[in-house]
Design a protein around this ligand. Structure first.
Ligand SMILES: NC(=O)c1ccc[n+]([C@@H]2O[C@H](COP(=O)([O-])OP(=O)(O)OC[C@H]3O[C@@H](n4cnc5c(N)ncnc54)[C@H](OP(=O)(O)O)[C@@H]3O)[C@@H](O)[C@H]2O)c1
Length: 346
């Protein structure tokens, strides 16, 4: 990659996504880092995290924490981003945010680089990373759109508990152990028992009966694909899986295409893997995809209830493509295209 080595800060470094940032950065040999600053709340300040063989002390985020930094990778939640993004941008950083705080702001590019990297060109210092379910979905939809034109999208998600952070994973593990031992374990992080169950309720309910998670998938998909009128509907479900979000997707297309054409187009993408020989037991599951980079697609078949519909099963690691990996790819794209360290005009 062209350009100098970057000075990077991770805001929320001790969280689920923060830890994944560290894992992703460890492996990005072509993304040289001159300095890595790890930021958290007062709770984890003072702890140490190892990166490339060196221990780095975590510091509590503060007014001076962004000085001298080029890129902030933020995953500490919406209210924290709202508080610190303006401070970081003022200090000259590019702030790549994993929360939903700025995603629908018209001045903030919402980006999956392989889908709409061009949207980064006119950034004003702040860039948003999409919701985890949206990120893997749009990679597939973009390819389907180029192949045959999107007419309508119907998606049901099966989202792992890591999408709700460290506390979500702890709750599934502890609740499962408790219930196996016939001990009570009341839900805290989730609205109902998640062990041996599933919950069609992620985030709060809006007035129209959709959850905010479902609305994020709908609105963010339209923004990223630059198809503001695309009919999209979503049902988002939390399932007792630790890592990896799955999606059942029905794509209604303008033109008729065969499943073979869809497989071929998807397989041409450098970030998609097609696993689609169901009779041989080859189709992706979350356990196959956890810790991996691609978006996996299987169960590709013609929808027999519509003229030009195709059904797909899409699985990816929500902590990687849905958060840390996508944010690092945004950073890499911006460095490669000389979009970091520019004078930003507001
Ligand atoms: N998990 C996913 O699949 C996923 C995907 C896409 C986006 N996201 C988004 O990424 C964000 C983080 O998610 P997560 O799953 O990593 O959560 P998490 O495991 O709960 O981690 C939260 C992180 O934020 C830090 N933090 C909390 N309050 C803070 C404050 N006031 N000041 C500074 N740091 C603070 C925590 O530091 P302490 O250790 O000090 O508490 C911790 O490092 C959320 O906005 C989430 O919506 C998550």
């Amino acid at each position: 990659m062209k350009g100098r080595a970057m000075r990077v800060a991770i805001l929320g470094a001790t969280g689920q996504v923060g830890r994944e940032f560290l894992k992703v950065l460890e492996t990005r040999d072509n993304f040289p880092i001159e300095e890595l600053r790890l930021l958290s709340s007062s709770r984890s300040a003072g702890s140490e995290i190892e990166f490339r063989g060196k221990k780095i002390k975590v510091i509590e985020v503060n007014e001076k924490a962004f000085e001298g930094i080029d890129i902030v990778l933020a995953s500490a939640g919406g209210s924290v981003s709202k508080q610190w993004a303006p401070v970081a941008v003022q200090a000259g950083c590019v702030f790549i945010d994993n929360s939903s705080a700025f995603r629908m702001d018209k001045d903030v590019p919402l980006v999956v680089p392989e889908v709409n990297g061009h949207a980064l060109k006119n950034h004003k210092g702040l860039v948003a990373n999409p919701n985890c379910s949206t990120a893997q979905l749009v990679v597939v939809l973009k390819i389907m759109h180029e192949l045959a034109g999107l007419k309508r999208v119907i998606v049901s998600t099966y989202q792992s508990v890591s999408g709700a952070g460290k506390e979500g994973m702890d709750e599934l593990e502890k609740q499962t152990k408790a219930l196996v031992n016939e001990e009570p374990y009341a839900p805290k992080k989730f609205p109902k028992q998640i062990s041996f169950n599933l919950i069609p309720h992620i985030d709060s309910f809006a007035e129209d009966g959709y959850t905010k998670e479902e609305l994020k998938v709908i609105y963010e998909t339209r923004k990223i694909l630059e198809l503001p009128d695309l009919p999209v509907t979503c049902t988002a479900v939390r399932v007792p899986v630790l890592v990896g979000h799955s999606e059942s997707v029905l794509v209604d297309l303008e033109k008729k295409v065969s499943p073979a054409q869809v497989r071929e187009s998807l397989a041409n993408s450098p970030i998609v893997e097609v696993w689609d020989q169901p009779e041989e037991g080859i189709y992706p599951t979350p356990i196959d995809c956890a810790g991996e980079d691609p978006v996996y697609v299987g169960r590709i078949r013609r929808d027999t209830s519509s003229e030009n519909g195709i059904n797909l099963w899409v699985v990816a690691d929500n902590l990687r493509i849905g958060a840390a990996l996508n944010a690092v790819r945004i950073a890499e794209y911006m460095v490669a295209n000389s979009l970091v360290g520019q004078k930003v005009t507001t």
